[in-house]
Design a protein around this ligand. Structure first.
Ligand SMILES: CC(C)(COP(=O)(O)OP(=O)(O)OC[C@H]1O[C@@H](n2cnc3c(N)ncnc32)[C@H](O)[C@@H]1OP(=O)(O)O)[C@@H](O)C(=O)NCCC(=O)NCCS
Length: 174
């Protein structure tokens, strides 16, 4: 799967990404990678294989956000917790700290939502963000997701609970 949108290419992580992912691990800057990134360079190949297995298992997809002009990975975006019967999946994203504020996440969240509701055959793409994660809430709004409400105390950071804002995109929003 590959989506081109704006200046971004959104495509699956694969073996060709090993050098760049290893560079993130060496620099201890994992902000471009999704939750559960490799912790050591020796783990990179196995991690890349696991990301592909996620699609093969039907759980979702994990895509690299690649700046088309440079070929550099600037972030990641994925669909997870996919319910094929209901046609529902959940979107998540992250951008390399040094690349934030350039519209990458908004562009990618719009493009992946659109892809999922058309070619991907989904009926609903859900997005949840902590209400105090202002950047993520803005991304959802910029990308055209509709805010549906608040899941009170639905997130736990290990010390305290947080409210989550719930957004969704359905075909009629496109
Ligand atoms: C959330 C995140 C993905 C946004 O990525 P990004 O590429 O910088 O996003 P964009 O440039 O498309 O848009 C960011 C928006 O947030 C706004 N923003 C960023 N930081 C902000 C802050 N501290 N306060 C208020 N608004 C802020 C920007 O102004 C922009 O909104 P605008 O277009 O209305 O001006 C990035 O900050 C990130 O990786 N955060 C850590 C991981 C994370 O929180 N993921 C989401 C989990 S739900």
């Amino acid at each position: 799967m590959q989506i081109t949108s704006g200046g971004l290419e959104l495509r699956e992580f694969g073996p060709r990404d090993a050098p760049q992912v290893a560079a993130f691990v060496r620099a201890r800057d994992l902000t471009a990678l999704p939750p559960g990134p490799p912790q050591a360079v020796a783990d990179v190949d196995g991690w890349l294989a696991e990301t592909q297995q996620r699609r093969l298992d039907g759980a979702g997809v994990l895509l690299a956000m690649v700046e088309a002009a440079s070929g550099e990975i600037v972030g990641s975006i994925g669909l997870r917790d996919t319910d094929w019967r209901a046609g529902r999946s959940e979107i998540g994203y992250g951008v390399l700290a040094s690349q934030r504020g350039r519209g990458h996440a908004s562009e990618a969240a719009r493009a992946v939502g659109r892809w999922a509701l058309t070619e991907g055959g989904m009926r609903r793409i859900q997005l949840r963000a902590r209400v105090d994660n202002v950047a993520s809430v803005r991304v959802a709004e910029n990308a055209g997701y509709q805010r549906e409400g608040t899941l009170r105390m639905a997130d736990w950071d290990g010390e305290k609970g947080h409210d989550l804002a719930v957004f969704s995109m359905i075909a009629t929003d496109l």
